[in-house]
Design a protein around this ligand. Structure first.
Ligand SMILES: NC(=O)c1ccc[n+]([C@@H]2O[C@H](COP(=O)([O-])OP(=O)(O)OC[C@H]3O[C@@H](n4cnc5c(N)ncnc54)[C@H](OP(=O)(O)O)[C@@H]3O)[C@@H](O)[C@H]2O)c1
Length: 291
């Protein structure tokens, strides 16, 4: 079995919108873009089978096939378990979650084929499925790990009791939890779920770390602008520093594919945030001071 690769990057690059950016669709263009990110030290890419209904992974795979040396350098996170209405083969055509071994095993094989890589560094269950048979799902993940098809297994959008039920049925440890976390969505810091993932040894990945852009336009904007100017960083860079100040140093999964924004966020990634600034941003985002 291959060991889980540690996520050593200031942030991951989310591929949710790759299918919406035609400038990056030619394999050689995307290969250039990927090579530049890799040369900057950004090797981790976050996918899901539903991004563009498989198109995100397929475009990425076409670029790797066009420049095979890149396939050895990229690190892949991908997710599955959401079956869209369009993909449901039943007469009900209903959006649902599928955590069955048959579905997940086939989803892993499909992702490997689309991406053209030998293994998925992290494979995550995208959403918790109330119908999950933990023993069966856990065995499917353990088997994929043992076969070397995935380097690590994890979850996304799970509550602590949901990942614990799965973990209890597995031999291998779950490695990551990808959760929504930002100044725009700080709830996991106050309901115990963030503490639970740290206590259980899961590495946190923060999706929508800028709230899809809302962090910079919402109520925290004036404070973000003032503190960012004082510290000589960008407001978005400051918003990511707010996340990284947390214990466990959650890795943001950013959504922008714009080179200038990615370069800025990387340049700002060394900023350490002091406690008053952290709380000032929280207060501004929530509109009230802590109790
Ligand atoms: N596990 C899950 O359930 C789940 C759910 C949602 C997303 N995700 C993952 O998380 C990734 C990121 O999600 P997200 O796109 O919502 O994240 P985000 O980084 O919070 O938001 C990105 C959005 O912010 C905008 N933005 C505005 N100003 C920006 C600035 N200065 N710097 C950077 N971006 C700026 C971007 O616009 P431009 O694009 O125009 O730059 C983009 O539309 C996705 O790609 C996906 O991989 C996972």
């Amino acid at each position: 079995m291959s060991a889980a690769a540690p996520i050593a990057a200031p942030f991951l690059l989310g591929m949710m919108r790759l299918h919406e950016v035609p400038e990056l669709h030619a394999p050689a263009r995307l290969a250039d873009w990927l090579e530049a990110r890799l040369d900057e030290g950004l090797a981790w890419f976050d996918h899901a089978d539903i991004y563009g209904d498989g198109q995100g992974e397929a475009l990425f795979g076409a670029a790797l096939r066009a420049r095979p040396a890149l396939a050895r350098r990229v690190r892949i996170v991908t997710k599955a378990s959401i079956v869209t209405r369009e993909r449901d083969a039943s007469p009900l055509a209903v959006k649902h979650y599928d955590s069955s071994p048959a579905y997940l095993t086939a989803a892993i094989d499909r992702a490997l084929a689309r991406l053209g890589v030998e293994r998925l560094d992290h494979f995550l269950l995208h959403r918790p499925d109330p119908l999950m048979d933990a023993e069966a799902t856990g065995r499917a993940l353990d088997d994929a790990l043992a076969a070397g098809k995935i380097g690590a297994a994890g979850v996304s959008n799970f509550l602590p009791e949901q990942w614990r039920r799965l973990q209890a049925a597995m031999h291998q440890r779950l490695a990551t939890h990808q959760l929504q976390l930002s100044l725009d969505h700080a709830q996991p810091l106050f309901d115990g779920s963030y503490d639970a993932l740290l206590a259980d040894g899961l590495a946190p990945l923060a999706w929508s770390p800028l709230g899809g852009g809302r962090v910079m336009t919402g109520p925290a904007r004036p404070t973000l602008l003032a503190l960012a100017a004082e510290r000589g960083v960008s407001p978005a860079g400051l918003a990511l520093a707010w996340l990284r100040a947390l214990p466990g140093q959650p890795r943001p999964v950013i959504g922008s594919l714009r080179v200038e924004r990615i370069v800025t966020l990387q340049a700002d990634a060394g900023l350490a945030l002091d406690r008053p600034a952290w709380y000032a941003l929280l207060e501004a985002a929530r509109g009230h001071e802590v109790a």
